[in-house]
Design a protein around this ligand. Structure first.
Ligand code: TRP
Length: 338
């Protein structure tokens, strides 16, 4: 049997939308690599998703399956990784209550991730944010510590949440005795993928994303509408690949062909349409095996359900073990041995 390091990774996603190629080049590729090196737990964070979608439970529910399928289709292997559903692990909610004594409201309000998100979500919260949303870093600390995870693969935007978790762990251990492991963040990737419109960020709400589940036709249509050098009007005008999104994606998907493509563009020898067609072909070649795998799982809904259920059972046992230690440390171990 292969020997994995005894470190455990834990990461997760809010099921609020399908995953796109920004996620692929960021978090997913690193999960594919890490699953062979460490014991891995991956959470579908439906309870966290409800913190800013409490009025839309249908959206959260329908995306639980999407998030799982997206991960299975890119090759995250359920025989190597434990997938679990947050709402089915009551220990996480229980730990959240205990930890909420160990963090001040002011500290949560200063958390840069929370601060940015509250500013972005005025449409949800108006002038006053909910207790649940302000407190989600506490619940995320419970996600991490419930499974004794010590390596947390995340994007840069999540670093303040890992720091907050480390503070909670230190406080817990200093008051109740050495019980919890202090986790470390593992930066998945610094690469942020730009949107089809040239926006610095690819995102669902921005409408500029290429989804892993997009069909060939949808890819073709999106690439045809991608932003190119606006100064290039006629086919033989010299183009500037540095400001062209088609060139940008060629860099991600076209390997050795890129140099030639850009040279021809700069000399006005290759028109945008042929350049786009080549990109469509390369993206589709890349996504083809991913689509095949998705189809495999789509045809087997029972298997997908089983993967999540079995993983959740494993996770639940792990969380119960942690709970026992936590309750012992907090002198909440009533009725034991009586
Ligand atoms: N907050 C993370 C995100 O929005 C999702 C998440 C929930 C998470 N629980 C976690 C990430 C625990 C890492 C560890 O992407």
């Amino acid at each position: 049997m292969e020997q994995k390091e005894s470190k455990r990774i834990l990461t997760g996603d809010r099921p609020t939308g399908k995953l796109h190629i920004g996620h692929y080049f960021g978090s997913l590729q690193s999960r594919i690599k890490l699953q062979d090196e460490y014991e891995a737990f991956i959470e579908v964070a439906d309870v966290q998703a409800l913190t800013d979608n409490f009025n839309n439970p249908e959206k959260v529910k329908s995306n639980v399956n999407e998030i799982l399928m997206d991960q299975l289709s890119v090759g995250i292997d359920p025989s190597k990784v434990t997938f679990f559903l947050q709402s089915m692990i009551p220990e996480i909610a229980e730990l959240t209550v205990f930890y909420s004594n160990l963090v001040t409201i002011a500290r949560l309000q200063r958390n840069p991730t929370v601060k940015t998100e509250i500013a972005q979500k005025r449409d949800v919260f108006g002038e006053s944010v909910t207790y649940g949303f302000l407190g989600y870093p506490v619940s995320q600390a419970a996600d991490i510590t419930a499974f004794n995870a010590n390596i947390i693969p995340v994007g840069e935007d999540q670093l303040p949440l890992i720091e907050q978790c480390r503070e909670i762990v230190r406080k817990f251990n200093s008051i109740y005795g050495e019980t919890l492991k202090e986790p470390e963040a593992y930066l998945s990737s610094n690469k942020r993928i730009k949107g089809l419109d040239g926006n610095e960020k690819m995102g669902k709400s921005l409408g500029n994303a290429i989804y892993l589940a997009d069909s060939e036709e949808v890819i073709a249509q999106k690439v045809m509408n991608a932003v190119t050098d606006p100064a290039r009007i006629k086919k033989d005008d010299p183009g500037n690949p540095n400001i062209c999104m088609v060139a940008y994606y060629h860099n991600l998907f076209s390997g050795g062909e890129v140099k030639n493509i850009c040279e021809e563009c700069k000399k006005g020898k290759r028109g945008c349409v042929s350049c786009k067609k080549q990109l469509i072909k390369n993206i589709n070649n890349h996504l083809e095996p991913i689509r095949d795998k998705r189809r495999y799982y789509e045809e087997r809904p029972e298997l997908v359900k089983e993967i999540l259920m079995e993983g959740t059972n494993v996770a639940r046992k792990e969380a119960a073990r942690t709970m026992e230690k936590v309750k012992f440390a907090m002198k909440l171990d009533y009725f034991k041995g009586e």
